[in-house]
Design a protein around this ligand. Sequence first.
Ligand code: NAD
Length: 448
Amino acid sequence: MVVVTARVENISVIGTGYLGATHAACMAELGFNVIGVDVDPEKIDSLSRGELPFHEPGLPELIRKHVDTGRLRFTTDMDQVGAWADVHFIAVGTPQVKGGTGADLRFVDAATTSLAASITKDALIVGKSTVPVGTAARLADLVQDTTQEGVQVSLAWNPEFLREGFAVEDTLRPDRLVIGTRNPGDEATLREVYAEALGRDTPFISTDFETAELVKVAANAFLATKISFINAFAEVTETVGGDITTLADAIGYDTRIGRKFLNAGVGFGGGCLPKDIRALQTRVAELGLDHSMKFLDEIDQINLRRRKKAVARAFELLDQDIVGKKIAVLGITFKPLSDDVRDSPGLDVAARLFNAGADVAVYDPEGNRNAAKRYPRLGYVNTLTEAVTGAELVILTTEWQEFRALTPADLNDLVAAKRFIDARNVLPATDWENHGWTFAQLGRKMQH
Ligand code: NAD
């Protein structure tokens, strides 16, 4: 049985994307020496210069601070950390497999194998990536098979709950810490790593691998369910009338339900919720439990229908004649305060309208660059004014503050026609209607 009791001084983080770069910088902030490792040399070059290659509030400052103090370094060379770190966090991607619904574990497997082979000093490997249940047990065997003789390496799982846009805050002040371990001593090592949060009485759930893996996907499945739950009611209210926001407020006052994640609109997206509910269903079906998570298929379908509904509303507002019409799409990141466009509802809506022949003008405060890599043919503009000038229709798809603050007076003289779809239900509809706008929201019956 492996017992790791050495004091933790040096930490490596394998994978320096949204999760890994944040984790590495925050570990340095907590006083550890940290090396971030990635297979992407461009990412490593930029991080080594103290520059963050993506948008996350507060993170550039933290990276620069600790690159300057020398406590935070980055490399593509796994061997550098194998002889150095006491704890290695694995934070590589687990995207949806191409052409399927399960999680693609190639990156986690490759990172774990090359890390375990490079380790020459007793250490603890801690998986943070979101993985299907059973992965940690399989990787623990892989680590034992790969580790060099005479070196004691153990594996733990510590799922991550950070929210993009609040990643630094969530990492430094998590609302709970969950760890799955098998070997005595690993919990003590992780308690040392997280001593600061534990000093603030952060709930610390120490459990087995399977529970730790499942907690993460259960949390995401629950959040996705809440959003699709209210969106299913939005399908009803937009047919029979009624106000979906009032409905959400009213049920949300019940503390057993809670108001958060009950905002009807164009639905969820991003690099986590959609792929995590699909991977969970797929994994559970693999285990022979075909029915247990079947409801998640419906959650996914409700969510995807919302995107189609936003497009249908656009057709409706333009009398089915959208070819050549200028449509301003405001917001293409999957949520505000991020530049992440993975599985983004706004980008999907923009692409559908473009494919239907509309002249789409996309504006997002942070997302244009990433979106252009995925859909180079969409018309990207650099300002809100450029997007809406001459537009026959404006669609708000991501609730950035800049868009939430819009008033009819801001747009009245710029657009070619006063038509608006607020696909996030964040603007006061009657106010816009009083200024002569044809104003649609998802979950709201069309006012003709
Ligand atoms: P990401 O795509 O931004 O980053 C993944 C990084 O891993 C990339 O930089 C990639 O180059 C690197 N990588 C791939 N293979 C590697 C290897 N063999 N060795 C070293 N580096 C390698 O992804 P992300 O959003 O940071 O997500 C990472 C994991 O964290 C996923 O499992 C995700 O589900 C989970 N997660 C993400 C968030 C979030 O908000 N982004 C929150 C909680 C959990």
